[in-house]
Design a protein around this ligand. Structure first.
Ligand code: MF3
Ligand code: CO
Ligand code: CO
Length: 260
């Protein structure tokens, strides 16, 4: 691994190891999908993921112990933007929208990914929020290649969100990732084209837009983790871990349902 300024450039061998971690993280989201049904608690979903990562994958759940977080997944329901804490008392119900965000460490390398779940039958406005937020992530992925700049990524996301009358959360962002969970650079989900750091082959980072139905403003609950929308309206998020290649980008946390 070479370092240029503070942004590490990963070698082919490094990225091969990140692919393994990324695949395991993606597999956790695929494994948990059939369990995400009305009546299960977010605490139970967390226990299933913990067991799967430690016992089946023989890997490490990257969130456990991170800055004092105690759980394997973040489970963010409806008006929760991110960092929801799994809880055996919190039962998901028909019509909820849920984000599950998981990080797996394998052989010292990290994979970080999240997806939205529509629980049972959801209202069209919630289905639309979830779909447009995924499109925001995909629009960013589509343009990533060496030579583009971080502002181009943020702008692609912001333009698509705002065109659909949504707002982009500004306080939380994507991040460089590798043998460290969160490293430089920060990947803002809003921005101005042709500004910011230029992408180079071997950079690895997440893109994880948080998109709100109402205003962009956030608040953190007294548990010190849970981030909610200030106005109480719903929020969605999708996340992938990416590696910049010579001609484009590789999605290290791709699930089999995705054609990326
Ligand atoms: N996975 C989150 C991210 O995308 C970070 C979660 S930190 C935790 O960067 F401690 F809340 F798990
Ligand atoms: Co992340
Ligand atoms: Co994450």
């Amino acid at each position: 691994m070479k370092k240029n300024m503070n942004i590490s450039i990963k070698s082919k061998e490094d990225i091969d190891k990140m692919k393994k971690a990324g695949k395991l993280a993606a597999d956790v989201l695929e494994m948990i999908t059939p369990f995400v049904k009305p009546g299960i608690s977010t605490g139970e979903l967390d226990s299933i993921c913990f067991k799967y990562i430690t016992e089946e994958q023989k890997a490490i759940p990257g969130n456990v112990g991170y800055n004092g977080f105690e759980k394997t997944i973040c489970s963010s329901l409806n008006n929760v933007i991110c960092h929801g804490i799994p809880d055996n008392q919190k039962i998901i119900k028909n019509g909820d929208i849920l984000n599950i965000d998981v990080t797996v460490i394998k052989d010292g390398w990290y994979g970080d990914t999240s997806k939205m779940f529509l629980v049972g039958k959801c209202q069209p406005h919630n289905e639309r929020l979830v779909k447009i937020t995924q499109e925001c992530l995909y629009k960013a992925i589509e343009i990533i290649k060496p030579g583009i700049q971080l502002g181009d990524i943020g702008n692609a996301i912001q333009k698509h969100a705002e065109k659909n009358y949504y707002s982009v959360v500004e306080e939380y962002c994507g991040h460089g990732i590798g043998s460290v969970y969160h490293e430089e650079p920060q990947i803002l989900h809003y921005g101005t084209p042709r500004t910011g750091i230029e992408l180079k082959e071997g950079m690895c980072f997440t893109v994880e837009p948080m998109i709100n139905q109402g205003s962009k403003h956030t608040k953190v609950l007294s548990d010190g983790w849970t981030v909610e929308t200030k106005d109480g309206r719903n929020s969605a998020q999708w996340e992938h871990t990416l590696a910049v290649t010579s001609s484009g980008v590789e999605v290290l946390t791709k699930r089999s349902e995705e054609s990326l």
